[in-house]
Design a protein around this ligand. Structure first.
Ligand code: UGA
Length: 437
């Protein structure tokens, strides 16, 4: 391991900040992590990882000596030139990104010719330019700025950091851009070194494109249901075309999480603020909202009124391998089910604690089998690997009804049918309804 690696600061110890910190520590840097949340810093110092992210605990433990945690920015400023910013940029009511946390960081920077902010947080195009303007207005002209958007996915963030598809660095062609380039060099990823605005746009456009791909395949799935085609076969046939690619063509009950819904909205809003109406993204958002609700039609088709029906949800997190409940489809679904008079119970292997903070009127069960006990219908919401191991005959035996709605086209259809379950997938009409068509 190279012992001459540049020390860095990381401001914000959420998913992105912590993975970035641990990743650069793994590559040999001393990393000075800063967060305003004293409780979080105390937990991190005690070796506790506040989020569920496979491999992160081990990575932090392995690099414990190189990771320093503080609520004070001073050690980071003293030891590091590059200060990575990974604070939250949640949506505001208008759909714009809330940049108040970023602004606090900018305001906390002292005048310096030796430091640079490296922006990891997802920000609107033009943020870098306005921060640089702010530096100039406040006598901090020497402070450098680099945009270095993050593309890691929750649930596989450690691997994504260590094996990125590309590294994007937007800068003014100065020492700071060179230093960030140098830091990423050991990862041997394709490098896109560009101007700051383009780097900012790469991030928003990438997330918007992936979200568009999902809404597109979800609409194809809905048309498959009307026309008798099977979306799994359709996606397989489409995905083999290199220009299309097979990733992000899994139809389901909509995308969620802390990024896609927020970033698609933010890009739409950013365009709108300039007077441009981004029509496509308006549709992507609407399709996603409707997709979350389609499960209701499937349940009503088989069960009629849902008043006093027992509905079991398998999985609550917005996707597997995370406890993140932000914008999860389960939030909309559980609220709709409650409103329709159903009794809802659920099991999630990891996200229960987070879900309890957000969902009312739902019974949380300690296992999947307990959740399905006496249920009129079971809905698979999140494709946790352990659900693939479920004994569907036992599931059927415990249920009161027979309906299984597979919201992620994840379960074995033949096994479900053999167990006597009525299988409803997404965009798979030939298999739906438990018939023999
Ligand atoms: C996403 C991007 O994939 C990352 O590149 C990006 O860095 C991150 O946002 C971010 O901006 O921070 P993430 O939100 O962790 O990552 O989750 P994804 O794996 O992209 O999944 C997002 C949602 O799309 C999930 O609800 C998932 O179930 C859904 N999805 C994904 C589908 O419905 N179908 C698919 O084929 C793929």
């Amino acid at each position: 391991m190279n012992t001459d690696r540049e020390p860095i600061g990381v401001i914000g110890t959420g998913d992105v900040g912590l993975v970035t910190a641990a990743g650069f520590a793994e590559l040999g840097s001393d990393v000075y992590c800063v967060d305003i949340d004293a409780d979080k810093i105390a937990r991190l110092e005690a070796g506790e990882i506040p989020i569920y992210e496979p491999g992160l605990e081990e990575l932090v433990a392995r690099n414990r000596d190189r990771l320093h945690f503080s609520t004070d920015i001073a050690p980071a400023l003293e030891h590091a030139r590059l200060l990575f910013v990974a604070v939250g940029t949640p949506p505001t009511y208008s759909g714009d990104a809330d940049l108040s946390a970023v602004e606090s960081v900018v305001a906390a920077m002292p005048p310096s010719d030796r430091h640079a902010l490296v922006m990891k947080s997802t920000v609107p195009v033009g943020t870098g330019a306005s921060i640089k303007r702010r530096f100039e207005e406040t006598g901090k002209t020497g402070f450098r700025y680099v945009s270095c958007p993050e593309f890691l996915k929750e649930g596989s963030a450690v691997n994504d950091f260590l094996h990125p598809d590309r590294v994007v660095i937007g800068d003014d062609g100065d020492w700071a851009g060179d230093a960030v380039t140098e830091l990423y060099a050991p990862l041997e990823a394709p490098l896109v070194r560009t101007d700051i605005r383009s780097a900012e746009m790469v991030k928003l456009a990438s997330n918007a494109f992936l979200a568009t791909k999902i809404s597109f395949i979800n609409e194809i799935a809905n048309v498959c249901e009307e026309t008798g085609a099977d979306v799994i076969e359709v996606a397989r046939g489409m995905g083999l075309d290199d220009r299309i690619g097979k990733k992000f063509l899994q139809a389901g009950i909509g995308f969620g999480g802390s990024c896609f819904p927020k970033d698609v909205q933010a890009l739409k809003q950013l365009a709108g603020n300039t007077g441009y109406h981004f029509q496509l993204l308006t549709a992507v958002i609407e399709v996603n909202e409707l997709q979350k609700r389609r499960v209701m039609n499937k349940l009503q088709k088989h069960l009629g009124s849902l008043v006093d029906k027992e509905i079991a949800l398998l999985g609550l997190a917005f996707k597997p391998n995370t406890d993140d409940m932000r914008e999860a489809s389960s939030l909309v679904l559980s609220a709709r089910l409650n409103a329709a008079g159903a009794h809802v119970r659920a099991y999630d292997p990891v996200a229960e604690e987070e879900a309890r903070k957000l969902i009312r009127g739902m019974a949380f069960c300690p296992t999947a089998l307990e959740a399905v006990d006496g249920a009129d219908a079971v809905v698979l919401v999140t494709e946790w690997p352990e659900f693939a191991e479920l004994d569907l005959a036992e599931v059927a035996g415990r249920m009161r009804g027979t309906l299984l709605v597979d919201g992620r086209n994840f379960l074995d259809v033949e096994a479900a049918r053999a167990a006597g379950l009525t299988y409803e997938g997404i965009g798979r009409p030939g298999l739906n309804g438990g018939g023999t068509s």
